[in-house]
Design a protein around this ligand. Structure first.
Ligand SMILES: Cc1ncc(COP(=O)(O)O)c(C=O)c1O
Length: 324
């Protein structure tokens, strides 16, 4: 940043045509490869932007509660900014994530069983002078950062895709992509918003027409586990076309394995949820039901990535879910 120009912490990611997924769906499928971001997921777009903004306003210590990927993005941003960071994770978070955070120079604290409980602790810490809480998904600056993804799609594709598929946790990615679609005049592109059963707080909220707090998070896709989605995510479903769907953990994990074999990329079950829209035949069913246009010009899947996975973890998930 030496020349005074604002540099982003995220990179422009490749948009790759997937032969295997295109064959399966019968239409061109593009992968927006957020898994190659420096902090391992799309989160760096919004969080990098947020952290740069608060640093300009005098923040001296960043604190972030996160099931993993948002925390890694915050720790990475803090290192780039030369600021100390404290990351609060739920107990039982993956040891690789803890190691990665410490490697970024962040202090790690474990608090609570799920993200919502870790978040209470992070907010307490952020009361200290000069400390700023980095919200993992619920802030307009986060959405503004995530919207850059759609600007890149516009530059790469020129014309709008037939549909966009993404995973929903707290709804930050959804709200950012919706904002981006509006910015580029693509607000008519339907978004297929996928959650796993047991982390389906967005689906529950849409059905109820108001925010719903799930009693617990029971899905293996831990990073989709926000008990309540951001109000902004629910609100954006009124401005753009959102088709909300829920897949089983087994479908998400099977999609992770198949994607690894097809594309040689290993992603978290959170990302597997989005990929399952194609691998499990969900998009085809939505077309048959008239909930998505048929034929579709093309489909973009946001490969959101994720750090809490390696070959051993994938095997453990498959064993847990009774898959070979
Ligand atoms: C890999 C990955 N995908 C998807 C999501 C969901 O994003 P959001 O919480 O913005 O809905 C997360 C959230 O942590 C994530 O880490």
């Amino acid at each position: 940043m030496g020349d005074g120009r604002a540099e982003h912490f995220h990179v422009s990611t490749p948009l790759l045509e997937s032969w295997a997924l295109s064959q399966l769906l019968g239409t061109t499928v593009y992968l927006k490869c957020e898994n190659v971001q420096p902090a391992g997921s799309f989160k760096i777009r919004g969080i990098g932007h947020y952290c740069q903004e608060v640093a300009k306003r005098g923040c001296r210590h960043l604190v972030c509660s996160s099931g993993g990927n948002a925390g890694i993005a915050a720790a990475y941003s803090a290192r780039k900014l030369g600021l100390p960071a404290t990351i609060v994770l739920p107990e039982g978070s993956s040891p690789q994530v803890v190691k990665r955070l410490q490697g970024e120079g962040a202090e790690v604290q474990l608090a609570g069983k799920v993200w919502d409980e870790a978040n209470v602790r992070a907010r307490e810490l952020a009361r200290q002078d000069g400390w700023v809480d980095v919200p993992p998904f619920d802030h307009p600056l986060i959405w503004e950062g995530h919207a850059s993804l759609v600007q890149e799609l516009k530059a790469a594709l020129g014309s709008p895709p037939g549909a966009l598929v993404l995973a929903v946790g707290g709804g930050g990615l959804l709200a950012g992509v919706a904002a981006g679609l509006e910015q580029v005049g693509w607000q008519d592109v339907p978004i297929v918003a996928v959650e796993t059963r047991g982390a389906d707080s967005f689906h529950a909220a849409l059905r109820a027409g108001k925010l719903v707090t799930l009693p617990d998070i029971t899905s293996v896709a831990r990073c989709l586990g926000a008990k309540t989605v951001a109000a902004g995510a629910l609100e954006c479903a009124r401005r753009v076309k959102v088709v909300s769907e829920v897949v089983a953990d087994a479908e998400a994990v099977s999609a992770v394995q198949r994607f690894l074999d097809d594309e040689r990329m290993l992603v978290e079950p959170a990302c597997g949820a989005a990929l399952a829209a194609i691998y499990s035949g969900l998009l085809g069913r939505l077309q048959a039901e008239g909930r998505l246009p048929s034929p579709l010009a093309s489909v973009v899947v946001i490969v959101c990535g994720g750090n809490s996975i390696d070959s051993r973890e994938l095997q453990a998930l498959k064993t847990q879910l009774g898959q070979k």
